[in-house]
Write a protein that binds this ligand. Structure first.
Ligand SMILES: C[S@@+](CC[C@H](N)C(=O)[O-])C[C@H]1O[C@@H](n2cnc3c(N)ncnc32)[C@H](O)[C@@H]1O
Length: 337
């Protein structure tokens, strides 16, 4: 046809793989959800034995295993017998990957199905789909809350090591981690700074998990765990920390949280916001997708340095420095203006 350029087959294949992406995610999800990864952890097994152990239909289980083989998650050492590859082994042994996959299949995939709504309106799809916000949804479902908190905790663990190695807490008296989840970041800060006292603040359901974790680490005498709502009030301190919280929310909600922080921070205190620094021109692919995830889940967003500067300005803070931590999140250090 005149004016029609013949498509490059390699490009078409690459596009088809992108279009089929949801099929791959679902295949991985079902593998973990049914316990196939755990079952194959015992060693190579015939497909029908796997099916009977996990309660699946043998023919369909074989077809799923064949698709997983095409993704290099399992291999077939002899006809009809399957074993985990090194990649598949990670889905058995790494709890954070399993939590991410199960949350994706059980919850996030449904919310991402509303991406069109998010892009048309600039808001989250969750209230339309669930009739409530994402945190209300998670907190109404204790298994998903525990999974979400475990995943957040695993993600912040590596970041915490970076934070304590670059930030000097020696002059701080009382550090408050707002939206502190299970207290993983707080534990790292307290362990690295023995005289320091701390408060973990989060929603009441999550704070129970923080209490158990802090007690388990023997830090209960130096750390309070307080349940509440950061849109209403946050505990006082001379160093307030907020990690992966502001990116959950739009500017208006962030300003409300930050104004409560402004009321709670000592006059000579600091606010440390730990977030990914979004390069506005060409963000790293992971940052670009994390940014969309924030839009879908809560109408939130990744932000650039000027965007954090103006958020702080609108709530009575000024940005003092941006400190890289050698991890995915940087420290945006703000002081009362
Ligand atoms: C994305 S997680 C980040 C957790 C942790 N700071 C980290 O870096 O892994 C956001 C946290 O904010 C908490 N949160 C959400 N809404 C809240 C509210 N209204 N008041 C207090 N905490 C809230 C959630 O329970 C959750 O622990």
């Amino acid at each position: 046809m005149p004016g029609t350029k013949r498509a490059d087959p390699a490009e078409t294949n690459a596009l088809e793989a992108l279009i089929d992406g949801y099929q791959r995610t679902q295949a991985l999800y079902v593998m973990v959800k049914l316990g196939i990864a755990d079952q194959l952890g015992h060693g190579a097994q015939r497909a029908d034995a796997v099916a009977s152990a996990v309660g699946a239909e043998p023919g369909a289980c074989y077809r799923l295993l064949r698709a997983l083989e095409a993704m290099d998650i399992v291999h077939e050492p002899s006809a009809g017998t399957f074993a985990l590859t090194a990649l598949g082994e990670q889905l058995r042994s790494q709890d954070a990957l399993r939590d991410a996959l199960l949350l994706t299949g059980d919850v996030f995939a449904r919310w991402w199905a509303g991406l069109e709504h998010c892009v048309r309106t600039g808001g989250s799809s969750v209230p339309v789909i669930e009739g409530m916000s994402s945190f209300e949804y998670l907190h109404a479902n204790s298994e998903q809350t525990r999974r979400f908190n475990r995943l957040m905790s695993a993600m912040v663990e590596g970041i915490a090591a970076g934070v304590v190695s670059v930030y000097d807490f020696s002059a701080v008296r009382r550090v408050v981690d707002i939206g502190g989840g299970r207290g993983t970041l707080m534990s790292a800060i307290l362990k690295a700074n023995p005289p320091l006292r701390g408060v973990v603040f989060d929603r009441p359901a999550t704070i129970e998990e923080a209490k158990q974790a802090i007690e388990g680490l023997g830090l209960a005498d130096r750390c309070e765990c307080v349940g509440g709502d950061f849109f209403a009030q946050v505990p006082n301190g001379d160093c307030l920390v907020m990690s992966a919280v502001l990116s959950d929310w739009n500017d208006e909600k962030c300003t409300a949280i930050l104004r409560n922080c402004r009321r709670a921070v000592a006059a000579d205190g600091r606010l440390l916001v730990l977030e990914r620094l979004l390069e506005p021109e060409k963000p790293a692919p992971q940052s670009a997708f994390m940014d969309l995830q924030m839009l879908v889940i809560g109408g939130g967003t990744g932000r650039s340095e000027p965007e954090y500067r103006s958020l702080f300005h609108a709530s009575g803070f000024e940005l003092a420095r941006v400190i890289p931590t050698g991890t995915a999140r940087s420290i945006f250090e703000a002081r009362p203006a």
